[in-house]
Design a protein. Structure first.
Length: 274
């Protein structure tokens, strides 16, 4: 298994709670870029890419879970119950609507990928708890071994490239339309994700977060979020973090409904989707 040393936030001990005493100020409109935070290096053995599941991803997921991130956001029982009911109803409705498309994609990808239509990956969920995310496969079969050929165009711990040659022609369409994400509706039904919340990132990437960046895990991850409707990958990671922390501070039913209403237009325009 190929591996590389990446840097990560090092807790004082395995039970350190990540919950800063001071809250960042509310975001202005338009949102200003966040300051860069100091990152404490720590050696973590991890594979060079996040395109195939392997032991390195699970080890990173366990390392993130050991940080014991404290829950934040709207913790009222009324909101949590309403949000969960909305998640179940919304996920079921969307699965019914997209079932024919998902079935067709599963068939086509089964043929074009030689029996590997789905891709799964360990990601860090609510308070750092690891879970598996499933997506329709959008990259070539040997993507794991070709990442060294691709330059990272995004700062921070995440990896993205607008013209990544490992993405197939069909994969670009799926990413542009977000159809590759539709299997995650099952994660919403299972309660591991929500319709609205910060996008779940690969555990290897999360293992490199600063304490401030880790606060985005203080609420349940979602299918759509402020980053999703504000430009997606066209937004730098520092700004992405600020948007997610804004949601953590302002989480509520009205905020969720507004983001859900803005999502279809964001998907149709395809801005920042690659």
């Amino acid at each position: 298994m190929s591996s590389a040393t990446i840097e990560a936030y090092t807790p004082v001990d395995s039970t350190t709670s990540v919950h800063p005493s001071s809250q960042p100020s509310s975001l202005p409109r338009p949102f200003s870029s966040a300051a860069s935070w100091h990152r404490q290096p720590r050696a973590v053995e991890a594979p060079l890419t996040d395109n195939e599941p392997d032991l390195g991803h699970f080890e990173a997921a366990e390392a993130v879970r050991s940080l014991c991130i404290s829950p934040e956001g709207n913790l009222s029982r009324a909101y949590c119950l309403t949000k969960r009911l909305l998640d179940i109803a919304g996920a079921l409705a969307l699965l019914v609507v997209f079932a024919p498309v998902m079935a067709a994609l599963l068939l086509v990808l089964t043929v074009t990928t030689r029996g590997k239509p789905l891709f799964w990956q360990w990601r860090s969920g609510h308070c750092g708890r690891p879970f598996r995310v499933f997506k329709f496969r959008t990259m070539v079969a040997d993507a794991q071994h070709r990442q060294h050929e691709v330059a990272n165009e995004v700062g921070g711990p995440i990896f993205k490239n607008r013209h990544d040659p490992r993405i197939t022609r069909l994969g670009r369409i799926l990413r542009k339309t977000s159809l590759d994400e539709t299997p995650q509706l099952l994660s919403v039904l299972w309660g591991r994700m929500s319709l609205v919340g910060p996008r779940p990132l690969a555990s290897q990437e999360v293992a490199r977060f600063t304490p401030q960046e880790l606060r985005r895990l203080a609420v349940k991850p979602g299918l759509t979020c402020l980053w999703q409707v504000s430009g997606r990958s066209d937004i730098g990671f520092d700004e992405w973090t600020r948007l997610d922390l804004w949601y953590v501070r302002n989480q509520g039913l009205w905020t969720d409904l507004k983001l859900l209403l803005r999502t279809p237009m964001s998907v149709l325009t395809g801005r920042g989707a690659y």
